[in-house]
Design a protein around this ligand. Structure first.
Ligand code: FES
Length: 163
């Protein structure tokens, strides 16, 4: 009986390896058989929550914290290589680490460009909160995703995480 082929590993975009992950020990995350194409899951190592996703480009591991305001991306929506945040409609590309749709609250993109507040189609606009909260939204920078090295050993997906 032949076993299923091992999933591919997606390449980490240049410069976007998570701090402390390069050279860190690989730790078991989930059996490959439990993460079919299109699935994602949260795995926790100490106080670090990691999202492991099986995309058409292969397996990917990132922080399970939206780079906007830290919501768990693992309960968002994964479509091919794009992941939608459940909190403010931000969307990120797991191939490049880039934001592909800014959060509804607007703010600064990774390169420091300002983007205004926006409203999803069919919803009433929400006014900006007054004072310092509006300022906080404007100054919140949506960084690029950070990635953890992944490998598959004897059918087990492993992730290199610091600590
Ligand atoms: S926390 Fe994800 S878009 Fe705001």
């Amino acid at each position: 009986m032949s076993s299923a082929p091992e999933p591919a590993i997606a390449a980490i975009p240049d410069g976007l390896t998570a701090i402390g992950a390069a050279g860190a020990a690989f730790r078991p995350a989930i059996p490959a058989s439990e993460l079919p194409l299109g699935a994602m899951t949260r795995r926790t190592f100490g106080d670090l929550d990691v999202l492991v996703a099986h995309t058409p480009d292969g397996l990917v591991a990132i922080d399970d914290r939206c780079p906007h305001m830290s919501a768990p991306l693992s309960i968002g929506i994964l479509a091919e290589c794009l992941i939608d945040c459940p909190l403010h409609n931000g969307q990120f590309d797991l191939r490049t680490g880039n934001v592909t749709r800014m959060p509804t609250t607007g703010g600064l993109d990774a390169d420091g460009r300002y983007h205004p507040v926006w409203t999803p189609e069919g919803k009433d606009p929400k006014p900006d909160p007054p004072g310092i909260k509006a300022e906080a939204r404007r100054l919140t920078r949506v960084r690029r995703l950070r990635f953890y090295p992944v490998r598959v050993t004897e059918g087990q997906i492993e992730v290199a995480v610091p600590g």
